[in-house]
Every structure is written in structure tokens, then in C-alpha cells.
Design a binder for this molecule. Structure first.
Ligand code: UGA
Length: 440
């Protein structure tokens, strides 16, 4: 048993915050989570998770029951309780701009600081434009009654949705942007229960940049293979075999090299745009010019999927039935933010197609955001009388669909595999016209 010397708070209980709070309590810390959304706090306090995340609700309930985890809306209470305060609020893309909106971070600092009257550490975990930490550090000291006894550190988070718990409890690395040995020691203590994890101790700008660089690299890798898919389409190659062959080169590696409809979600697309916007501000535009291409390649996959579907239907959508399997931006998530699948569904509907969408978990989110689209309660129902079926999010339940069963309900056996997730031969043998991105 290790000593648990600090009491932790988590400010913002969205994806990142809810996960961080539950995982830190699981490690043995007393944790107080805060959100300004009263109804969210009431749900969390009852043990209900507002998001779909495998394994997290269990952790939440267990630690609520043990009394180690609680939630509040009061900054006063948080300031009194905590020795280490983690800021976990979102930094969404600004409306009509490429840059990230950091106003939630400023709001947290402005609400918390006036109550900080003793020594404590405030730790930013949100993904931010480089330079934000230094600005917030000044603000924090200026607004806190305890002044210099209140310190800021930057500790970016690399968790993936769908794997949030395991990524938090077994991270690949921990990055600590600190300006004092004390801050470093506190954070090393906090993460000690995780065991042997590589720790990189650095300054604020590097810590902020590591996070955006990681997401930019992953986005680039995905767009690279999707650019190769475009070439395969032009030259008659098979990008899945190309990807497989590349993956055996250990310097390249096979992860994030799956060609298809491309990346979406609340992070990768937004982060590469915010990164280029920040580079522009810093006078370093040229360094990240390639990320605009990465974004364009990614968006072209969606357009290509719409075009391919229209071609299959003979050049026009007017009223033709299209089944869309998948609404979440990736499997094992109910997140529909910048979802490639929904984007394609919406574009086809806009052009006059009669679209029916099904997703095992993200259906209610999709319905709430886009009530005018058609929805079904199962893959079979969505495919009923469809002239073309689009597989756009590779949920396990879609990958294991029986081509014969599905073939019995459709009007025409044509499938577009937007994620290169199905076995082409199996579907062709069952009489399907099997189409995929980047393959003959
Ligand atoms: C991403 C990063 O992977 C995390 O490390 C990071 O912490 C997180 O953003 C964040 O900044 O908060 P996430 O948004 O959960 O995590 O999604 P990923 O699992 O990385 O998938 C992103 C998208 O890329 C999905 O739409 C997925 O379908 C797509 N993808 C992924 C591909 O198209 N091909 C691949 O080979 C891999």
C-alpha cells in the first residue's frame, strides 16, 4: 500500500474529466469532481455516466460507493478540499474559425483562483494552443489570495475514446510541463501508483506541443495511407495490401495505417486545425502547411464515398434508398462529433437520397443532432429495400453481418465498405457487388 498524501479535484467532468476522476479514485486518492452543469453532476453522483465508455461506469460506481469519489458544482468547496486540481475542460474549434476556443480554461481559472488561499498545484490536462499554460500561470498567481504558493503545471492527456480507462491506468508515457521541482515531485507522487511508466519532464511549451504533435502525427499517418488509396484508385492497385506490406517494416508499423473513410471525432480534426492556426500566429506557417493537406485528403475520402455511391446508383440519388451502417466517428463510442459516417449520410440526404441510418450505440445522439435523417433500430431494418448498403463505422456487429441474411432484405446486393473491414471474397461469393475505397 502506497501513501496517498494528496486530495485531488477534477474540474470539468466531460470525457477526460469523468475518466480521470474515476481512475484517480480507483488508485486510492480522495477525489472531488466539479462541473458547472448541475444536471451532469447529479447524474454522476447517482453513478450514471453521460457518455458510452467501456468499463468506466463500473469504476465510477465502485468509487462512489467507497466514498473516495464525490461531485459538486461549488468552486469554494473544491478549493477548500484539494491539494492538486486537474483542469479537464474542452477546447472546441471556434465557430467559423480554425483556432481552438480556450475560454472554458480561462473560466475555470477565474472561478477557482479567488478561492485558493493555501499552497496547491493546478494542473492543466486539456489540449491547448502552445503558450496557453504560461498565460494561465500568470493569471492564476494574480487572482489567487495565496499568490506564489499556487502553482501551475501542464500534463497533457493521450487517452483514446473507447479505451479511456486502460489508457489512463496504463499510459504509454507521462509528460510533465513544470517550472519547479516541487511541482514535479507532487505529480510524480500522484502518478506513482501507476507503476513504471516513462516520464518526460519538460517546460510548458514542450508539454503543450507534445500533445498536438502526437495527434498531428496520427492524423498524418491516416491521411498518408488514404492518399495512397487515391493513387490505388487512379492506378488500379489495392491499398489494403499496400498497407499490409508497409506494416511489416517496423519503422513504419501497421497502427493508424488503416485506409478508409478517414478520421473524425472531437480531437484529431480539431487539433490539426488549431495547430496550423497557432503556427500562423507564431509566424511558423510553413512548418505546418502540410497539415492543411492532411485535412484535405481526409475530407476528400468522404466526398469520394458520396460520389462512388451516386455512381453505383447510376448518377443521381433522387429518392433512392441508401442504408448507412454507423453513425459514431469510430466503433465502441457514442460520439458523433465530426463523424465521417454521419457526414456522408447527410451529404447523400442533401442530394436527394433516402437515407436510413443505424448505429448500435450512437443512434440517439445522431437522432437528436439530425432529426430529419431516417433511422432504424437494427442493421436489417436499415437495409430493408436498400439499393446500396454503406458500412461507414466498423462496429463488430457490422463486420460479422451474414451476407446471405442481409442479402434477403435489400433491393440490390451492393455494399460499399467504407472502412475496409469486410472480407471481399465472402461477400462476392454471396452474390454481392462489393466496393471499397482504394481497391479495385
Ligand atoms: C485521439 C488520439 O488517438 C488520442 O491519443 C488522443 O488523446 C485523443 O485523440 C485526444 O486528443 O483526446 P480519439 O479521438 O479517441 O483519440 O480517436 P482515435 O481512436 O485516435 O481515432 C480517430 C479517428 O481516426 C477515428 O475516426 C478512426 O476511425 C480513424 N482512424 C484511425 C482511421 O481512419 N484509420 C486508422 O488506421 C486509425
Amino acid at each position: 500500500e502506497h501513501a496517498v498524501p494528496y486530495r485531488l479535484t477534477v474540474l470539468g467532468t466531460g470525457y477526460l474529466g469523468a475518466t480521470h476522476a474515476a481512475c484517480m479514485a480507483e488508485l486510492g486518492f480522495e477525489v472531488l469532481g466539479l462541473d458547472v452543469d448541475q444536471s451532469k453532476i447529479e447524474r454522476l453522483q447517482r453513478g450514471e455516466l453521460p457518455i458510452h465508455e467501456p468499463g468506466l461506469e463500473e469504476l465510477l460506481r465502485r468509487n462512489l460507493d467507497s466514498g473516495r469519489l464525490r461531485f459538486t458544482t461549488s468552486y469554494e468547496e473544491v478549493a477548500k478540499f484539494g491539494d492538486v486540481h486537474f483542469i479537464c475542460v474542452g477546447t472546441p474549434q471556434k465557430k467559423g474559425e480554425q483556432a481552438a476556443d480556450v475560454s472554458f480554461l480561462d473560466a475555470v481559472v477565474e472561478s477557482l483562483a479567488p478561492h485558493l488561499d493555501r499552497e496547491c498545484l493546478v494542473v492543466g490536462k486539456s489540449t491547448v494552443p502552445v503558450g496557453t499554460a504560461e498565460r494561465l500561470a500568470d493569471k492564476l498567481v494574480r487572482l489567487s489570495p495565496a499568490g506564489m504558493q499556487v502553482e501551475l503545471a501542464w500534463n497533457p492527456e493521450f487517452l483514446r475514446e473507447g479505451f479511456a480507462v486502460q489508457d489512463t491506468l496504463r499510459p504509454d508515457r507521462i509528460v510533465l510541463g513544470v517550472t519547479s521541482e516541487r511541482a514535479e515531485k507532487v505529480l510524480r507522487d500522484v502518478y506513482a501508483p501507476l507503476g513504471e511508466i516513462p516520464i518526460v519532464v519538460t517546460d510548458f511549451p514542450t508539454a503543450e506541443l507534445v500533445k498536438t504533435a502526437a495527434n498531428a502525427f496520427l492524423a498524418t499517418k491516416i491521411s498518408f495511407i488514404n492518399a495512397m488509396a487515391e493513387l490505388c484508385e487512379a492506378a488500379g492497385g489495392d491499398v489494403t495490401q499496400l498497407s499490409q506490406a508497409l506494416s511489416y517494416d517496423e519503422r513504419i508499423g501497421g497502427r493508424y495505417l488503416n485506409p478508409g473513410l478517414g478520421f473524425g471525432g472531437g480531437c484529431l480534426p480539431k487539433d490539426i486545425r488549431a495547430f496550423t492556426a497557432r503556427a500562423d500566429e507564431l509566424g511558423a506557417s510553413q512548418a505546418l502547411a502540410f497539415l492543411r493537406e492532411v485535412d484535405q485528403i481526409n475530407l476528400r475520402r468522404r466526398a469520394r464515398t458520396v460520389d462512388l455511391t451516386r455512381d453505383i446508383l447510376g448518377g443521381a440519388f433522387d429518392g433512392r434508398r441508401v442504408a448507412v451502417l454507423g453513425a459514431a466517428f469510430k466503433p465502441n463510442s457514442d460520439d458523433i462529433r465530426d463523424s465521417p459516417a454521419l457526414d456522408v449520410a447527410l451529404k447523400i440526404a442533401e442530394q436527394g437520397g433516402q437515407v436510413t441510418v443505424y448505429d448500435p450505440v450512437a443512434l440517439s445522439n445522431a437522432r437528436a443532432a439530425h432529426p430529419h435523417l431516417g433511422y432504424a433500430e437494427s442493421a436489417m431494418e436499415a437495409a430493408h429495400e436498400a439499393e446500396v448498403v454503406l458500412l461507414l463505422t466498423e462496429w463488430q456487429e457490422f463486420v460479422t453481418l451474414d451476407p446471405e441474411e442481409l442479402g434477403a432484405v435489400v433491393a440490390a446486393r451492393t455494399i460499399v465498405d467504407g472502412r475496409n473491414a469486410l472480407d471481399a471474397d465472402t461477400w462476392r461469393e454471396a452474390g454481392w457487388d462489393y466496393r471499397a475505397l482504394g481497391r479495385p
